[in-house]
Design a protein around this ligand. Structure first.
Ligand code: SF4
Ligand code: SF4
Length: 96
């Protein structure tokens, strides 16, 4: 391997670490402020930002209407809870 080479993963062959998850993160749409703080902390890179649905937006304070919210890829989330720990507004709860 060359120094500085980028290793590309074939995600179809990647092991589904979510298979052995004990707890999973859930986001409270009315609390998440779309700051993206949790995204780079996830050791499995399985958090993405997405637009809120109309239903989620209805439950959200007016000034957050156009913001994004987190979405978890449960195929790869291993339930470590780091995202819940770093969220500044405690919008993520770990559940069984
Ligand atoms: S629980 Fe861990 S693996 Fe799952 S989304 Fe949060 S930081 Fe990522
Ligand atoms: S879940 Fe918390 S840390 Fe992640 S984007 Fe929402 S407010 Fe920010």
């Amino acid at each position: 391997m060359e120094e500085g080479a980028v290793i590309k993963n074939d995600m179809e062959k990647a092991p589904r670490t979510g298979d052995w998850r004990y707890m999973h993160p859930e986001v409270d749409a009315s609390k998440c402020i779309g700051c993206s703080t949790c995204v780079p902390f996830c050791p499995d890179a399985c958090i993405e930002m997405r637009k809120r649905t109309a239903e989620e937006t209805e439950k959200t304070p007016e000034n957050f209407k156009e913001k994004e919210i987190v979405d978890f890829d449960y195929d790869f989330c291993k339930g470590c809870g780091v995202c819940a720990s770093v969220c500044p507004v405690k919008a993520i709860t770990m559940r069984k």
